[in-house]
Design a protein. Structure first.
Length: 255
């Protein structure tokens, strides 16, 4: 057998060894990443459990005044378990949160608002609180129940405001030229629609995907979004940690 006959055989075995090496390397990386994920999960569980017991002192004090409004987004499947939502709101009341926007796309929680308000001590509807009650010293928690239909209503109201302004500005007596809607006009209209509602500073998403799940986008200009996992597996320590992290960071909103 001469050298020319050995070349195809040699190339074949080199290819097989290369494929085997790549496969082993991929499996090794996969095992390492999986182990890191498992270790990270165990560490997170231990940490949140320690936070819940008050063993980590830095989480015992939170500057809750920095969190003027909190949004909680719940996946439609877990929104049916109202008891978990009530427990979450009770935890937020204990932490000292004053205003919560509670969102699910189908409005299931809105239908159960009477039971939720009854089971959460000191809770009230947001629209029932006056300007004087919207202060850090106010007792209890103000809840706004939000669904996708509210988003549509807000857009319709904003469109009506823009139309009204357009009709006034295009009146012949004014003698004005072409009328163009700008971003500032739209922002002003949306601000009028939601003048009694704070833009949430922090949003906690309880669901299977990292998404705001249909929460009104026009109310998320400076909102920090944190994915909390499934509501069924929620932990008090994780909630406290997320709020503590937000209140401990300096917020820069620009000019």
């Amino acid at each position: 057998m001469d050298f020319n006959d050995l070349m195809p055989l040699l190339s074949f075995w080199i290819g097989q060894i290369g494929d085997l090496g790549c496969d082993l390397l991929w499996r090794f990386i996969h095992i390492v990443v999986s182990l890191c994920h498992i270790v990270s999960g165990i560490f997170e569980a231990i940490q949140t459990y320690a936070i819940s017991l008050g063993l980590i002192q830095k989480y015992s004090s939170i500057d809750i005044e920095k969190l003027r409004c909190l949004a909680v987004v719940v996946d439609i499947e877990v929104a049916r378990d109202v008891s978990k939502v009530i427990e979450l709101l009770q935890w937020l009341t204990t932490i000292g949160v004053k205003q919560v926007g509670l969102f699910d796309s189908q409005g299931l929680l809105k239908k159960s608002k009477d039971m939720i308000l009854e089971m959460v001590p000191g809770s009230m509807l947001l629209h029932e609180t006056g300007e004087k009650d919207n202060s850090p010293d106010r007792k209890g928690i103000a809840i706004e129940f939000i669904s996708s239909s509210d988003n549509k209503e807000a857009v319709v109201k904003a469109a009506n405001i823009l139309l009204e302004k357009y009709l006034k500005s295009s009146h012949p007596e004014n003698g004005e030229g072409d009328n163009v809607f700008t971003e500032s006009h739209l922002n002003e209209a949306l601000r009028v629609v939601g003048k009694n509602v704070h833009v949430p500073d922090l949003m906690l998403v309880y669901g299977p995907v990292r998404s705001h799940l249909g929460f009104p986008a026009w109310r998320l200009r400076y909102t920090e979004i944190v994915h909390m996992g499934s509501l069924k597996n929620m932990r008090y320590g994780s909630l406290l940690k997320a709020i503590h992290k937000f209140t401990g960071v300096r917020q820069n909103y620009g000019v």
